[in-house]
Design a protein around this ligand. Structure first.
Ligand code: ADP
Ligand code: ZN
Length: 627
């Protein structure tokens, strides 16, 4: 039975878990008394008991699924210290802060510490005074650390972000490959590898590279039911204008992330949002590291900040109350899209994944693939992945079903929580229209961009068209009956299907793709998605949860909720931790709704374990008593 560090938080008793009790009962007791949660999710109970009983585990769970408890609870139940390998220093710090708030004796070893701090941590480990120790991979494998660990009692070894061993993955870290040695160094210590990557190939690589063949495998559903997937189709306004409309309607005060493709787009978009009155901060590799760090800190510590970032931002950001993730440019693959959107709503409350993209994004991504140094096999796989992503963006069925299906899971019905479910798009036979567009490209010599082509198709009176003699070609004006917006949408759909390509070196000139021949010869059909009205029919009003703040708070509870939020802000400032480390929004909402009057009733509230009740209970009761 490990010693829980309750001494520093007052008179609360350690949970009554004895060695004789079955593993599950011990795990439940810790879940309840330390974390303040009532029940395990998904396979948490099984994986945790397996580890407590000494088995190795491979756990695959989406972001926000609750992976950390898988090693945190067994570390508290088993004798000795749980060692957690984690690639990101910032993340370690956050986790350790949060654990300390819970009264758990946690620490980390990394290069941000002074030698004195490191020695103090090492001593604590050897004295058995730590429940959990976070270590960076390269540090873990140093001779010094290995010797240190041999002298300590180890409860388990957890390898977080285990997909970093995979060369195919997006986060390959060579030092992760070395972690295979752990099996030899500590053969009797149970190990758990964790990842949110759903890719089967990566999974196999983890098992192989980390010597986990005998490990028990647990795979959770990759569905994130609280995330609403939306891809804005309206080609008219700029992506930015559409973003603004979305933010105004759905997230006027919420924190979120906006992903862009380039540093310049990041800077411009952040400035633009600031001009609109939002607190928006840029984040990209070209910024001074100190500025980057400061912006990240503000995102974590202040309410309602938007970070505008390149994809480099997000790994290791554990902020649970990110209410939206918006893409102003196409992500590279479905995997990347899933990972990036997965940063929304880790707390399980409603969140949005929103995207707008244009034809040029498609061209840019195609270009990157073709001009990269990668071998042909790799390029082929990348082309396939881009194709899958484009198919996903232009699809008309349930997006969740497709997304989950892509990861090899079956989703039983339409989800009712994506744009296509909420406002089903109409499809029409677009074969004729597509033929017109393709022949217009051909007749004008495959030299012009979409704007020009649409002008020719709609028969616009334009000097440049006359100069080129394109008012005389047979396709001039044959598309008059169709609005320009729909032609633009058609071009995007043709590009998504590979029927046309965009030449970025020649100012976005549209060319005919290989695949268009069949269509031109009349051997293939083309189904086209009709532009729908910019506002989905079912927007705010239909939401089951109010959008101001993460969690549903009744109007009559709002004053109390605001007072509790103010208290949280103060406690966070005092403790120098982010507000969500003090309590999640869910906890605030439950407090405002149930208004507990006594300390004993606080235990019923989600997220209030013994340490937090001991530390903050009195202050909470006092605020509640005022209402
Ligand atoms: P992951 O690492 O898988 O992205 P986390 O471990 O950060 O997810 O968990 C996401 C959130 O869900 C955290 O706030 C965590 O405390 C919470 N959580 C995890 N398990 C449970 C549970 N059984 N009941 C309630 N909340 C939970
Ligand atoms: Zn759906």
């Amino acid at each position: 039975m490990p010693a829980l560090a309750f001494a520093n938080v007052g008179p609360a008793e350690p949970p009554a878990v004895g060695a004789a009790e079955p593993a599950l009962a011990q795990a439940e007791a810790v879940l309840n008394s330390v974390f303040g949660y009532k029940a395990f999710r998904s396979f948490q109970a099984d994986a945790i008991t397996a580890l407590i009983e000494g088995a190795d585990v491979l756990a695959l769970m989406p972001t926000g699924g609750g992976k950390s408890l898988l090693y945190q609870i067994p570390s508290l139940v088993r004798a000795g210290t749980g060692i957690v390998v984690s690639p990101l220093i910032a993340l370690m710090q956050d986790q350790v802060d949060a654990l300390k708030e819970l009264g758990v004796r946690a620490a980390y070893l990394n290069s941000s510490q002074t030698p004195d701090e490191q020695r103090a941590t090492e001593r604590a480990l050897l004295e058995g005074a730590l429940d959990l120790l976070y270590v960076a991979p390269e540090r873990l494998l140093s001779e010094r650390t290995l010797t240190l660990l041999r002298g300590a009692e180890l409860a388990l070894i957890a390898i977080d972000e285990a997909h970093c061993v995979s060369q195919w993955g997006h986060d390959f870290r060579p030092e992760y490959r070395q972690l295979r040695q752990l099996a030899d160094h500590f053969p009797h210590v149970p190990r758990i590898a964790l990842t949110a990557t759903a890719d089967a190939r990566t999974r196999d690589e983890i098992v192989e590279e980390l010597h986990l063949k005998a490990a028990r495998r647990f795979v959770a559903s990759f569905d994130r039911p609280n995330i609403r997937y939306m891809i804005d189709p309206s080609g008219g306004a700029s992506a930015r204008e559409r973003l603004w409309k979305f933010l105004k309607a759905e997230h006027a005060e919420d924190a979120g992330i906006v992903y862009c493709l380039s540093r310049r787009q990041v800077e411009e978009t952040a400035d633009w949002l600031v001009g609109k009155g939002r607190q928006a901060l840029p984040y990209h590799a070209g910024l001074d590291p100190l500025v980057r760090q400061r912006n990240q800190r503000r995102f974590l510590n202040d309410d309602g900040i938007i970070v505008v970032a390149t994809i480099a931002f997000g790994m290791g950001i554990d902020k649970p109350d990110v209410r939206f993730v918006a893409h102003l440019a196409l992500p590279k693959t479905i995997e990347a899209y899933y990972q990036e959107t997965g940063r929304a709503g880790r707390d399980g409350e409603p969140a949005d994944a929103w995207m707008a993209y244009g034809l040029n994004d498609v061209a840019m991504l195609r270009n990157w693939i073709e001009s990269s140094e990668a071998g042909e096999e790799r390029k082929r796989s990348e082309r396939q992945k881009l194709g899958a992503l484009l198919g996903f963006t232009e699809m008309t069925g349930c997006r969740r079903k497709a997304l989950i299906g892509y990861f090899g899971e079956t989703y039983p019905s339409d989800c009712g929580n994506c744009d296509n479910c909420l406002s089903p798009p109409e499809t029409v036979d677009g074969t004729q229209a597509a033929r017109k567009a393709l022949s217009c490209i051909y007749r004008t010599g495959e030299r012009f961009g979409v704007g020009y082509l649409v002008d020719v198709l709609t028969g616009k009176d334009d000097a440049r068209i006359r100069d080129n003699g394109h008012d005389k070609v047979s396709t001039f004006g044959i598309g008059r009956a169709t609005p320009a917006l729909e032609w633009k949408s058609l071009f995007r759909q043709l590009a998504a299907e590979g029927l046309i390509t965009v030449d970025l070196e020649r100012h976005g000139a549209i060319r005919l793709g290989e695949a268009c021949r069949q269509l031109l010869r009349g051997e293939a059909q083309f189904r086209m998605r009709k532009e729908r009205p910019a506002e989905p029919k079912a927007s705010r009003a239909s939401r089951t949860t109010a959008r101001k703040g993460a969690v549903d708070v009744r109007a009559e509870d709002r004053p109390l909720a605001d007072a509790l939020r103010a208290l949280r802000t103060k406690l966070a400032k005092d403790g120098q931790v982010p507000p969500y480390v003090i309590f999640h929004d869910r906890t605030l909402a439950e407090l405002a709704l149930f208004r507990p009057k006594r300390t004993s009733a606080l235990g019923e509230i989600t997220g209030l374990g013994e340490a937090k009740i001991a530390r903050y209970g009195a202050a909470l009761l006092e605020v509640i008593a005022r209402f």
